[in-house]
Design a protein around this ligand. Structure first.
Ligand SMILES: Cc1cc2nc3c(=O)[nH]c(=O)nc-3n(C[C@H](O)[C@H](O)[C@H](O)COP(=O)(O)O)c2cc1C
Length: 134
């Protein structure tokens, strides 16, 4: 049994990009059902399950997270080619998703968060001796 006081998140691939495949409307319906079963948060990706072509670009999967959030009325995580703090702010502050997850960008640059938010309080205390001082 999952503890009531812990959040439960489910990741779905929202769209197969194939005729007869899973669509965002299927994903909205699945998300509504998962919400009824007590899921708190949907992590919305797309493709990846079957060979298909899709147009890739910054934030290309955000509209899927946005549709699930608005139509299934459940908080979402947006993912996929989100690499700039500006895009993160655009997504979160416009209410398109509740969270943003970065994958490959954090593999390329594990210090991405510190560079995006250089303010001292964001640094883990163990790192603070390394803060650049003028
Ligand atoms: C090394 C690696 C392994 C991944 N493994 C999984 C996985 O097991 N399941 C999954 O749903 N997505 C997986 N992904 C996809 C990521 O979770 C993420 O959705 C994807 O990389 C797009 O986000 P990004 O552009 O920020 O990397 C993986 C990505 C990478 C780079």
């Amino acid at each position: 049994m999952w503890p009531e006081d812990k959040p439960l998140s489910v990741r779905l691939s929202a769209e197969d990009y194939l005729d007869g495949g899973l669509t965002i409307q299927d994903t909205v319906q699945i998300s509504k059902t998962l919400k009824e079963y007590g899921v708190d948060l949907m992590d919305i990706s797309s493709g990846g399950l079957l060979p298909a072509s899709m147009e890739l670009g910054p934030g290309y999967q955000v509209p899927f997270a946005e549709a699930v959030k608005k139509e299934a009325q459940i908080p979402t995580i947006a993912v996929g080619l989100i690499t700039s703090p500006e895009l993160v702010r655009e997504i979160v502050f416009n209410g398109r998703a509740d969270f943003v997850a970065l994958g490959r960008e954090l593999l390329r640059n594990p210090y991405w968060v510190l560079e995006a938010r250089p303010e001292e309080e964001v640094w883990p205390w163990q790192y603070r001796r390394a803060i650049p001082r003028a």
